[in-house]
Design a protein around this ligand. Structure first.
Ligand code: NCD
Length: 342
C-alpha cells in the first residue's frame, strides 16, 4: 500500500531552498548530502526506515513498493557494505537492479561519464546510485540527468556520504532513544578526509544533538571545522569523556597526500580506541565505525568485537535506511504505521 507524500511545510524545505535535492513541493528528489535538509525530512527517513526494519526480519524479505522501477548502481570506487546493502535494499523493494562494474564497463574503453549515463537513461533507468572519488560527482550527475531520474550519493570523494550518516543516526536512535538533545557524540580519527564525518556532523546538528565533538591530531582536521558547530579535541581521553556514542573513522590513506601522520603505530598510541580508553566514555556508551575497520590501527579488536560495539548492527540497519531513501525519492513511501506495507 502506498500513500501520496504529505503536503510540504516550511520546516521541511529547510534553510537551503535552492537545494537541488528537493522538488518544487519540498519533497526529497535526490539524496546528495545531509547538509541543508530539515529535521522533518531526516526524521521522516528514520521513521520510514523503522517501518522497513520488520520486513528485513521476516522469512520473505520483500515488498512490492518499487516493482517496475529500475535502479543502476554505479560504483567508481571500491565498496563492500554500501554497494551490497543498496542492492539488497532495491531487491527487497522489488526493483530491478543493474550493477555496473566500472572496471569491465565501457568506461575502461574511454567512454565519458555522461555518455555512460545517457546510455543507462536509454535503458529506462529510474535511479542512479553513485559512488565516485571526486567530491561533487553526484551533484554534477543530478544536474545533468533526465528530469524523472533520481540520484543517490553513495559517497563522493571526501565530501558526503548521506545514507551512511542516516544509518548511523538510525543506530544511535535505536540504542539511545529519539532525544538527541541529551547526547554527547564523539567522532574520532581522520576527519579531514572523511565524507562520513561531514555527513554525520550535519545530520547530528540537524537532529539537535546536545554535544558533538571531533577528536583528531591537528593534521587530520579540516581548517574551519569549529564553524560546523562541533567541539574540537586533540586529546582522546578528554574528547571521549562521558560520551554516549563513540564513532571511530578509518584512516583514509588512499586520500592522503604527503605525510600527515608520523606512523600508524603512533596514531594508534594516541587515538586508537582500546578497552582501557573506552572507560573514559559512559559505561553504556556505544561504539560505532562505518567500516572497513583496521584492527590495531584505529580500534582494538576486543573493542570492535566487544559488547559495546554496534558495528555490525550499523550494516544491518543500512538496508532499512537505504530502502527508506529509495522509496522516498521515488515518491513511494509506505504508510509508516508499520501495518500497511503489503
Ligand atoms: C566509508 C566510505 O566509503 O566512505 N565506508 C562505507 O561506506 N561503509 C568509510 C571508509 O571507507 O572509511
Amino acid at each position: 500500500m502506498v500513500n501520496k507524500a504529505s503536503k510540504p511545510t516550511d520546516s521541511m524545505i529547510g534553510h537551503d531552498t535552492w537545494n537541488i535535492q528537493l522538488d518544487a513541493n519540498g519533497q526529497l528528489k535526490h539524496f546528495l548530502t545531509t547538509e541543508g535538509l530539515s529535521t522533518e525530512i531526516l526524521t521522516r527517513i528514520l521513521d520510514t526506515a523503522e517501518s522497513f526494519a520488520s520486513i528485513n526480519e521476516q522469512h520473505v524479505k520483500k515488498v512490492p513498493l518499487l516493482r517496475g522501477k529500475t535502479i543502476a548502481n554505479l560504483f567508481f570506487e571500491a565498496s563492500t557494505r554500501t554497494r551490497n546493502t543498496f542492492e539488497l535494499a532495491a531487491k527487497r523493494l522489488s526493483a530491478d537492479v543493474l550493477n555496473i562494474n566500472i572496471s569491465t564497463s565501457a568506461t575502461s574503453k574511454g567512454e565519458t561519464l555522461l555518455d555512460t549515463l545517457q546510455n543507462l537513461q536509454a535503458m529506462q533507468c529510474d535511479m542512479f546510485v553513485v559512488r565516485h572519488g571526486e567530491s561533487g560527482a553526484s551533484h554534477y550527475i543530478a544536474n545533468r540527468v533526465a528530469p524523472h531520474i533520481c540520484v543517490i550519493n553513495a559517497g563522493d570523494g571526501s565530501h558526503a556520504h548521506p545514507t551512511q550518516a542516516m544509518l548511523d543516526m538510525f543506530t544511535i536512535r535505536r540504542n539511545k532513544g529519539d532525544d538527541f538533545g541529551k547526547l554527547r557524540v564523539a567522532i574520532v580519527g581522520d576527519v579531514l578526509h572523511s565524507r562520513v564525518a561531514r555527513s554525520q556532523i550535519h545530520a547530528l546538528n540537524i537532529l539537535n544533538t546536545g554535544d558533538v565533538r571531533v577528536i583528531a591530531p591537528k593534521t587530520l582536521l579540516p581548517t574551519g571545522i569549529e564553524d560546523m558547530g562541533v567541539g574540537v579535541y586533540n586529546n582522546m581521553e578528554a574528547g571521549i569523556q562521558d560520551a554516549d556514542v563513540v564513532i571511530m573513522l578509518r584512516l583514509q590513506k588512499e586520500r592522503m597526500q604527503g605525510a600527515l601522520l608520523p606512523s600508524e603505530q603512533e596514531f594508534y598510541r594516541m587515538y586508537g580506541l582500546t578497552e582501557e580508553r573506552l572507560k573514559s566514555a559512559k559505561s553504556d556508551a556505544i561504539v560505532m565505525h562505518p567500516g572497513p575497520i583496521n584492527r590495531g590501527v584505529e580500534i582494538e579488536s576486543s573493542v570492535a568485537d566487544g559488547k559495546q560495539s554496534v558495528i555490525l548492527d550499523q550494516v544491518t540497519y543500512g538496508i532499512s535506511v537505504r530502502m527508506a531513501v529509495m522509496s522516498m525519492v521515488l515518491g513511494r513511501e509506505p504508510e509508516t504505521n508499520g501495518e500497511t506495507i503489503e
